[in-house]
Write a protein that binds this ligand. Structure first.
Ligand code: 3HC
Length: 707
C-alpha cells in the first residue's frame, strides 16, 4: 500500500539537523494522517544517531492552520495531537518550530511544545479555538501562560484574536523573528543551538503564578458578554489550571475540550466557519475574472459613500459621482471621515490611508465613468431612475466594463435590458454600512456573463467580503427572508406580545438587536417608504400591521429622531416609548385583537419558523444555490447569531417534521402567511436534511468539478 504519510511530510538530515516539513495543502491541517506522519517522522529522526536536533517547518503559504476542523470529531484517534506534542516536548533531542504565514490553533500548540520557536516576518499566530466553540485542546491553555503569564494568555485564548509576529516576540511566544524561508530560519536557529549560542528549554518546566484578581476580572468580563458563550468561559477555567502540575493541567484541559466538542455552540460555529468559505464554490468559479483597477460609484448617499470607502480601503482607484452638485462636498467628506475612522480602528495602515485620499475623486459629472472598469450604481430605489441611468451608462462606459446595481430588491433583468450589453450587468448588493458589513449578495441576472460573476466573487474576497450568489427575485435572498421575519414579529405584536419582549427574546437567542430595535436604527421612515411603494402589490388577504405607520405619522423615525419604539437619550440604554405602547393598545382594540401571552420560546419559535419557511421557498425557487448560502447571508448580513449557525442549520436542529407541525398549527390563525413549502415536505418525507443538500451543493461546485 502507498505510504501517504511520506507524501504529506518530508524529512531530511543536514549537518546533524533533522528537518520535518509539513506538506499537506492547502493549510497543513493537523488531521489524523498528518499527526501520524509527523509522529513517525519524529520517531525516525529521534532514533537516527546522525541527528542531534530537529526542526519542524511548513511547506506552502503558512506553517499550519491547526487541527483539521472537518476532523475534530476524530481528535481521539491515536496518535492524538496531545500525544504527538507530548513526544516532541519530552524529546531528548531539542526540537525547533520554524513558523511562517500562520500558526493557528493546534499548530501553535505544536510550536509551544517545541523547545524554541523562530518566526518569519509576516507571521500571525492565534489560538482561535473559542471562535469554533472549543478551547485549545493540545496544551495551549497550559503552555501559553507558562511563556506569557496569565493575563496575556487569557487575552489571547479567550478572544481567539490574531497576534502579529512583533507582539508574539515581545510576549515571548516566539524566541526570534527573522526574514527568509522558514527552512533557512529553522536551520540557522538549530546551528545556534548546536554551537551553544542558544539554549533550548522545555515549556512544561516553567511555572505560572496564579493571579486571582486577573481571573476574577476576566470572569466578570466574559460572563457579561452577549451572547454569553460557553467556550471562552471554559477556556478561562482551563487557563486557571495552568498553575497546577502540568499533567493535571493538561488532563483538565482535555476534559473541558471534549465537553465542548458536544456543545450546540461548537456545531453552530464550525458550520459558520465553513459557510463563509462554501459560498465561493459556485458555477462560474472557473471563469477568468476581468481586470478591475478603477471603480466608479454613482450616488453619494449612505450606500454610495460606504461602497466607495470599501473599495478605497482595498486599494482601488475610486470615483464617486453625486449628481446633485450641492451634495458633492458632503459626500466627499463622508468618505474621508470613513477612511479616518478605518485608520483609527486599525483597519487601514497609515500608508494606505494616505494613498486612499490620492486614489479618490468625487464630482457631479456622469462622464467620469467612461474609464472605469467597474461602475456601481447606488442611487435611490426607483426602477425608472435606474433603467434611465443604465441606458446612459451603456453609451458612456467603455466596452467590457462591468455595470453593477446595488439595488436591494428591484429586477436586475429589467435594469440589464435598458442596456445593449446585459451580459455585463450584475447586481452587487452591499449592506449598510458597506465598508463594515461583510455580506455581498451577487445577483446574477438571466444574461449575466460567467466572467462577470467570477469577477464579482474575486472582488468580494479582495474587499474582505463574503460573496453569496443569488438570482433575481424581489428582495433576493436576504431581504425576502427579512420581510417574513419582520412580519412574524409584527403579528406577534398585534396578537399580544410587547415589542420589548419580542426584542428581548430574540436578543437572548443571540441577535445583537431585536427586530424593533433594528427598525429604530434603520429609520422607520425608510421602511415606511418601501411599504408605501409596494402597497399596490400587497394581496388584499394579507394581514397588515399599521403600527409602524402610526409611529411614523407621530413624527418618530427611530434613533435619528431620538424616538421610535424606544426613547434614546444620549448613551443611556434604550427605554420603551410609552406612546408607542399606547399606539399598540389602540391598534389591537381597533382590529379587535384579544391580546394573548407569548413565552420567549413562542416568540423565537415563530420568528425563526417564519424565517426558515421563507428560506426554504428561496431555495426551492433556485434563488440560492444551497442552504449554506442562505446561512451565510443571514450570518454575515443580518446579524443572525454565529453560534446558531444560520436558519437552515437551525432547521436541521429543529427537524423538518417539527417545523411542518408548527407551520400547520400557526396556519389556523393565518393561512395566508403560514404555508409549508413543498421542499420542506419532500425533505421530511425522504428523511433528508439541509446538511445533505449542502453536501451535494458543495460537491457539485467543488474545485476541479466545476460546471
Ligand atoms: N481545518 C480544515 N480545513 C481548513 C482549516 C482547518 N484548520 N483551515 C482552513 N481550512 C480550509 C478552508 O476551509 C479552505 O478550504 P476550501 O478551499 O475547501 O474552502 C482552505 O483550507 C483554505 O482556507 P481559507 O480560505 O480560510 O484560506 P486563508 O488563506 O484565507 O486563511 C487561515 C488561512 C488563516 C489559516 C484560515 O483558514 C483559518 O483561520 N483557519 C482556521 C484556523 C483555526 O481555527 N484553527 C484552529 C483549529 S481547531 C484546533 O486546532 C483544535 C486544537 O486545539 C486541538
Amino acid at each position: 500500500m502507498k505510504d501517504l504519510t511520506t507524501e504529506i511530510v518530508r524529512t531530511e538530515v543536514q549537518d546533524g539537523i533533522g528537518l520535518i516539513c509539513l506538506a499537506k495543502p492547502p493549510v497543513n491541517a493537523l488531521g489524523v494522517l498528518l499527526r501520524k506522519a509527523i509522529y513517525d517522522a519524529y520517531r525516525r529522526l529521534a532514533d537516527d544517531p546522525a541527528v542531534r536536533i530537529i526542526v519542524l517547518y511548513g511547506d506552502g503559504r503558512l506553517f499550519s492552520a491547526g487541527a483539521d476542523i472537518k476532523d475534530l470529531a476524530k481528535s481521539d484517534i491515536e496518535p492524538t495531537l496531545p500525544q504527538v506534542l507530548g513526544a516532541l516536548h519530552d524529546s531528548e533531542k531539542p526540537v525547533i518550530a520554524a513558523l511562517h504565514g500562520a500558526a493557528f490553533g493546534g499548530a501553535l500548540e505544536l510550536a509551544l511544545a517545541a523547545h524554541l520557536r523562530v518566526g518569519v516576518q509576516g507571521l500571525r499566530i492565534a489560538l482561535p479555538e473559542v471562535r469554533l466553540g472549543v478551547l485549545p485542546g493540545a496544551g495551549g491553555t497550559q503552555r501559553l501562560p507558562r511563556l506569557t503569564g496569565c493575563a496575556a494568555a487569557i487575552d489571547i485564548i479567550c478572544s481567539g484574536r490574531e497576534v502579529e509576529a512583533k507582539e508574539a516576540l515581545a510576549l515571548g511566544i516566539i524566541d526570534r523573528l527573522t526574514d527568509g524561508p522558514p527552512r533557512d530560519a529553522g536551520l540557522a536557529m538549530a546551528k545556534d543551538v548546536l554551537t551553544g549560542k542558544l539554549v533550548p528549554r522545555q515549556t512544561d518546566k516553567l511555572s505560572v503564578a496564579f493571579q486571582p484578581e486577573v481571573f476574577a476580572a476576566a470572569q466578570k468580563r466574559l460572563s457579561g458578554k452577549r451572547p454569553a458563550l460557553l467556550a471562552p468561559v471554559k477556556a478561562l477555567e482551563a487557563i486557571a489550571a495552568s498553575s497546577l502540575p502540568i499533567t493535571d493541567g493538561l488532563t483538565k484541559e482535555r476534559k473541558l475540550f471534549k465537553d465542548l466538542m458536544q456543545s450546540e455552540e461548537r456545531a453552530g460555529l464550525v458550520h459558520a466557519f465553513f459557510a463563509e468559505r462554501a459560498t465561493g464554490k459556485m458555477p462560474e468559479a472557473a471563469a477568468m475574472p476581468r481586470q478591475i483597477n478603477s471603480v466608479a460609484v454613482i450616488g453619494g448617499g449612505t450606500m454610495g459613500v460606504g461602497i466607495a470607502t470599501t473599495f478605497l480601503i482595498a486599494g482601488y482607484h475610486v470615483h464617486l459621482i453625486e449628481a446633485q452638485s450641492a451634495r458633492v462636498p458632503s459626500a466627499r467628506k463622508a468618505v474621508e471621515q470613513n477612511l479616518n475612522g478605518a485608520l483609527k480602528r486599525g483597519k487601514l495602515d497609515p500608508d494606505t490611508h494616505q494613498t486612499a485620499f490620492e486614489r479618490f475623486t468625487c464630482t457631479d459629472t456622469l462622464d467620469a465613468v467612461a474609464n472605469a472598469d467597474l461602475v456601481i450604481e447606488a442611487i435611490f430605489e426607483d426602477i425608472a431612475a435606474k433603467t434611465d441611468l443604465f441606458a446612459k451608462l451603456d453609451v458612456i462606459c467603455k466596452p467590457g466594463a462591468i455595470l453593477a446595481t446595488n439595488t436591494s430588491y428591484l429586477d436586475v433583468n429589467l435594469i440589464a435590458a435598458a442596456t445593449s450589453r446585459p451580459a455585463d450587468v450584475i447586481g452587487l448588493h452591499f449592506f449598510s454600512p458597506a465598508h463594515i458589513m461583510r455580506l455581498l449578495e451577487v445577483v446574477v441576472a438571466d444574461a449575466t456573463a460567467p466572467d462577470c460573476v467570477a469577477t464579482a466573487f474575486l472582488l468580494a474576497r479582495k474587499l474582505g467580503k463574503v460573496p453569496v450568489r443569488a438570482t433575481v427575485c424581489d428582495g433576493f435572498i436576504g431581504n425576502r427572508i427579512l420581510t417574513r421575519y419582520r412580519r412574524a414579529a409584527d403579528y406577534l405584536l398585534l396578537d399580544g406580545a410587547s415589542f420589548e419582549d419580542i426584542d428581548r427574546a430574540l436578543e437572548d437567542f443571540g441577535f445583537a438587536m431585536g427586530p424593533f430595535a433594528v427598525s429604530d436604527l434603520a429609520g422607520l421612515d425608510i421602511a415606511k417608504a418601501t411599504r408605501d411603494r409596494k402597497a399596490a402589490d400587497r394581496p388584499p388577504e394579507e394581514r397588515y400591521s399599521r403600527i409602524a405607520d402610526l409611529i411614523c405619522e407621530s413624527g418618530w423615525y427611530g434613533r435619528k429622531s431620538c424616538r421610535g419604539y424606544y426613547v434614546y437619550d444620549g448613551d443611556e440604554p434604550r427605554q420603551v416609548n410609552p406612546d408607542v405602547t399606547a399606539i399598540v393598545d389602540n391598534e389591537r382594540r381597533a382590529i379587535g385583537s384579544e391580546p394573548r401571552q407569548f413565552t420567549n420560546e413562542d416568540i423565537v419559535d415563530r420568528c425563526l419558523t417564519a424565517m426558515i419557511a421563507e428560506a426554504v421557498s428561496v431555495l426551492q425557487e433556485g434563488i440560492a444555490l444551497g442552504p449554506v448560502d442562505i446561512d451565510a447571508v443571514e450570518l454575515f448580513g443580518y446579524g443572525f447569531p454565529r453560534h446558531r449557525g444560520g436558519p437552515m442549520f437551525q432547521a436541521d436542529r429543529i427537524g423538518p417534521a417539527t417545523l411542518i407541525a408548527r407551520i400547520e398549527a400557526y396556519a389556523h390563525e393565518d393561512p395566508q402567511f403560514w404555508q409549508v413549502p413543498q421542499l420542506l415536505r419532500d425533505i421530511a418525507r425522504e428523511g433528508h436534511s439541509f446538511a445533505t443538500l449542502n453536501e451535494q451543493r458543495i460537491a457539485m461546485f467543488e474545485k476541479g468539478n466545476k460546471t
